[in-house]
Unconditional design. Structure first.
Ligand SMILES: C[S@@+](CC[C@H](N)C(=O)[O-])C[C@H]1O[C@@H](n2cnc3c(N)ncnc32)[C@H](O)[C@@H]1O
Ligand SMILES: Nc1c(NC[C@H](O)[C@H](O)[C@H](O)CO)[nH]c(=O)[nH]c1=O
Ligand SMILES: N[C@@H](Cc1ccc(O)cc1)C(=O)O
Ligand code: SF4
Length: 456
């Protein structure tokens, strides 16, 4: 187990079943659909004894690795992408998050210093344009819920029509703040440089983009699509069980709302990803219940391109500061999370191993536990770094080739939706992206217009 005192929360859902580990393993090996009880048996290496059994764990990892090979083969994919976070101002206050800064600090009359930022649409465009010139295929943009951020001008008018917009619908006009983020539509349009793929608007952000209106998620995502959105990240999922959300993110949308947001995105024709953020107060039952919500959603809509296990980074977070946790997931837990995700999610093709959360060595190990994707180049990172993560903000194509060939697999540059795939020539002298609108095979940083980056 982790250092988390998980028994202290009095949860209704606990990792207990009337099933056996052996039966669950046998079903997993046979490719049969697993029940929640089966998943818990695998995730705990058996509820018949406490702690992780090393021999049983190896059997679960082996079954998941074999399933990965059957489902998607030996290629390891990654995407040439940039993270561009628009603002760190947020009013939600999730206890696992150190990315956000309390939104009122951003107001012009605040004299409290803070490390946060808000970019205007023009600033976002410049940052994305530079990365597109370097050869990226995708920009990922996730942000805090800034009170001045609205979907579009029609949304702003609706919010302004309330008697007390700040109290009723969490809206304050941009004039109150030092920097104006514009609207979501303006930000998406600004980031849509030369056809680069824009991956943005989590269900939490979509909820913010519809606050105070009777718009459906489908309608909101259609408007965002028209503004330039290409696919949506399924973060804000955390653990999709209400009793866990009550502890770690009471201000956030609930499980049903997250599902409704994802459904709306898929109804609007967008691909989505799905995530889990684990290794804090939750137990193995919660993790598997979460996988069940994702599998059910995928059965109904089929638009989830990948599942991303995000291991909780604890160092600088309120959960850790307040003593609610004493650490994150152990190596055993990370391995079993990836493996059981592969075995449980029989309808999701790709499982991501995140080097920014795990570091290179563990990320590679997880590619032998059921994962087949190694994330993206990202070029900059704020969420993990601010939480205390230590694995940097960028990986080059050369590093990707070195890492993936070191475990005997084939590196493949992918599009966000995985439909376009380019196996890399591992014998070439240098490796760079080829799929982005301006990509020509030159290594990413060599083509930067920003001298500070090019000198790296
Ligand atoms: C920081 S939020 C930004 C987007 C938006 N505000 C939202 O909540 O969807 C994106 C995701 O980062 C992840 N995250 C935040 N803090 C983290 C931490 N300390 N460790 C791991 N993941 C974290 C959470 O899964 C969260 O949903
Ligand atoms: N896993 C993390 C990601 N993943 C996003 C991917 O890089 C990519 O955008 C997605 O696969 C869609 O193509 N990004 C982070 O910033 N941090 C992560 O931990
Ligand atoms: N930005 C998120 C991760 C993420 C983004 C997009 C995705 O599709 C998946 C995961 C984080 O750092 O935690
Ligand atoms: S996870 Fe998202 S919603 Fe929660 S505090 Fe962080 S930025 Fe805000």
């Amino acid at each position: 187990m982790t250092g988390a005192a998980r028994d202290d929360f009095g949860f209704d859902h606990v990792p207990e079943t009337d099933q056996s580990f052996e039966e669950a393993l046998q079903k997993a090996r046979a490719g049969e659909r697993l029940s929640v009880a089966n998943g818990v048996e695998l995730m705990t290496t058996g509820t018949d004894s406490a702690g992780i059994d090393a021999r049983r764990k190896e059997l679960v990892l082996e079954a998941a690795d074999r399933r990965r090979a059957e489902m998607v083969g030996d290629e390891v994919t990654f995407v040439a992408n940039l993270n561009n976070n628009v603002t760190t101002a947020c009013t939600t206050g999730c206890l696992f998050c150190n990315f956000k800064n309390t939104a009122h600090l951003f107001e012009s009359d605040s004299d409290v210093d803070h490390q946060g930022f808000t970019k205007t649409p023009a600033e976002s465009r410049d940052i994305v344009a530079d990365a597109v010139e370097m050869g990226i295929y995708e920009v990922t943009s996730v942000s805090g819920l800034h009170p001045a951020l609205v979907l579009d001008e029609e949304h702003r008018e609706i919010l302004q029509s309330y008697d007390n917009p700040a109290a009723e619908v969490n809206y304050k006009p941009p004039e109150v703040y030092d920097a104006d983020p514009g609207t979501y539509a303006e930000q998406l349009a600004a980031m849509s440089v030369d056809g680069v793929h824009v991956h943005s608007m989590t269900p939490e952000e979509a909820h913010h983009a519809k606050r105070g209106t009777d718009w459906t998620y489908e309608e909101v995502y259609r408007r965002l699509d028209a503004a330039g959105l290409d696919s949506a990240p399924g973060t804000a999922a955390e653990i999709l069980v209400p009793e866990v959300r009550d502890v770690i993110c009471p201000g956030k949308i609930g499980t049903d709302e997250w599902v409704a947001g994802m459904e709306g995105a898929m109804q609007a024709g967008l691909d989505v990803t799905a995530t889990i953020m684990y290794g804090h107060v939750e137990n193995e039952m919660h993790r598997v219940m979460h996988l069940d919500v994702v599998r059910d959603l995928q059965d109904r809509y089929g638009g989830i391109t990948e599942f991303v296990p995000l291991s909780f980074v604890h160092q600088n977070t309120p959960l850790y500061d307040r003593g609610l946790v004493t650490g994150g997931a152990t190596d055993d837990e990370d391995e079993l999370m990836v493996a059981v995700a592969r075995l449980y999610l029989d309808n999701v093709d790709h499982i991501q191993s995140s080097w920014v959360k795990f570091g290179n060595a563990k990320a590679l190990k997880l590619l032998n536990c059921g994962a087949d994707d190694l994330m993206g180049t990202i070029l900059s990172e704020e969420i993990t770094k601010r939480a205390g993560g230590e694995f940097g903000e960028f990986r080059s194509f050369d590093e990707y080739v070195d890492m993936i060939t070191a475990i005997g697999r084939q590196p493949v540059e992918r599009s966000t939706d995985y439909r376009t795939r380019r196996p890399l020539d591992i014998d070439a002298d240098t490796h760079g992206p080829m799929l982005g609108p301006h990509a020509d095979g030159t290594p990413l940083l060599e083509r930067s217009r920003d001298p500070a980056l090019a000198d790296d």
